[in-house]
Design a protein around this ligand. Structure first.
Ligand code: PSU
Ligand code: MN
Length: 300
């Protein structure tokens, strides 16, 4: 077997000199955003991380090799190739051994980033407990993965397509840390407020860096810290609720299950909102990349 892990030139150089690195996931590029904006958003996100003084490490699997940091042509492959599956942690070894290619979810990205010693990770929204999970058992592997990893994940909370209350309960059970960034309300991805209160609020990257350092002292670092960063301008609530109800009905009518559920509902949002959800989704990722870079810089 070839070497299973390849670092980009930029990430290799950053790690060598102890420069801050921010991990970025790739499922959002291959399965969360439509072409062609997926590639331009991915490039823009990397540049935002650089602009804030850190180095981006977009993580994905190409032809059986785990990539930590993508060269320009590799980022393009993840955005445009048709053979890119969606890999969670359990899929990683299977994809490596079979020489296939995949984008990595939050769970798989955090797993790989932790191997590389990367401490901060930016994404759009976490996976969580799906509606009806008490019947379907559909709970994202993101939650259990994050309960075992030394990682700080910046996200805009969880999408309203999920059961937000149940997800918050599971985050508590799994001892995953949770703070709101400049908010006391848990954000709901497209919405700045999912309707749930947060116990802890932070207002600066330095405060978050102090929490990360305290975790290591106390020995609670191997359970992720989630930084919930609300989008500045939310989708009008009524429109959001209408689109969501139609999307959930459509998913049920088409018997969409398993890992197809999240991409299906995201696609529904993008087409039904005629690009509004896409614009918000893009803002969310960009803002999370900026904050993640600031946290990584504050940690040095
Ligand atoms: N949030 C987004 N876009 C996405 C995802 C989350 O805004 O594309 C992806 C992430 O990769 C997350 C995954 O880890 O969906 C969760 O999928 P599932 O519900 O199948 O675990
Ligand atoms: Mn699922």
């Amino acid at each position: 077997m070839k070497s299973a892990i390849k670092y980009s030139a930029e990430v290799t150089a950053a790690i060598a000199v102890g420069k801050p690195v921010v991990a970025l996931e790739s499922t959002i590029i291959s399965h969360g955003l439509p072409r062609p904006s997926n590639l331009s958003v991915a490039i823009e996100c990397e540049n935002i991380v650089r602009h804030h003084g850190a180095v981006p490490a977009t993580i994905a699997l190409l032809d059986g090799v785990i990539h930590i940091g993508l060269e320009a042509h590799e980022l393009e492959a993840i955005a445009n190739r048709d053979d890119i599956s969606k890999a969670s942690t359990r899929d990683l070894a299977i994809i490596v051994a079979s020489g296939k290619s995949a984008a990595t979810t939050v769970a798989a990205t955090a797993h790989i980033a932790a191997i590389a010693g990367i401490k901060v990770f930016a994404t759009g929204g976490l996976g969580g407990v799906h509606r009806g999970a008490s019947e379907t058992f559909d709970e994202s592997a993101d939650l259990t993965a994050l309960s075992q990893l030394d990682m700080t994940v910046v996200c805009a909370g969880v999408k309203s397509i999920l059961d937000v209350q149940a997800t918050l309960e599971r985050l508590e059970t799994l001892a995953i840390g949770l703070v709101g960034y400049k908010t006391n309300r848990f954000p709901g991805f497209y919405l700045t407020d999912s309707g749930y209160q947060l116990e802890h609020r932070v207002d600066t990257p330095a405060e978050i860096a102090a929490i990360i350092k305290a975790r290591t002292l106390i020995g609670t670092q191997f359970k992720a810290l989630v930084v919930a960063n609300p989008v500045a301008v939310q989708m009008p609530k009524e429109r959001h609720d209408q689109i969501l109800a139609a999307g959930l009905a459509k998913a049920a009518a088409h018997s969409v299950v398993g890992k197809a559920v999240t991409p299906f509902l995201l696609e529904h949002f993008h087409s039904a909102s005629e690009g509004e959800s896409l614009a918000i989704n893009t803002e969310i990722i960009k803002s999370n990349c900026a904050l993640a870079a600031e946290i990584a810089v504050a940690l040095i």
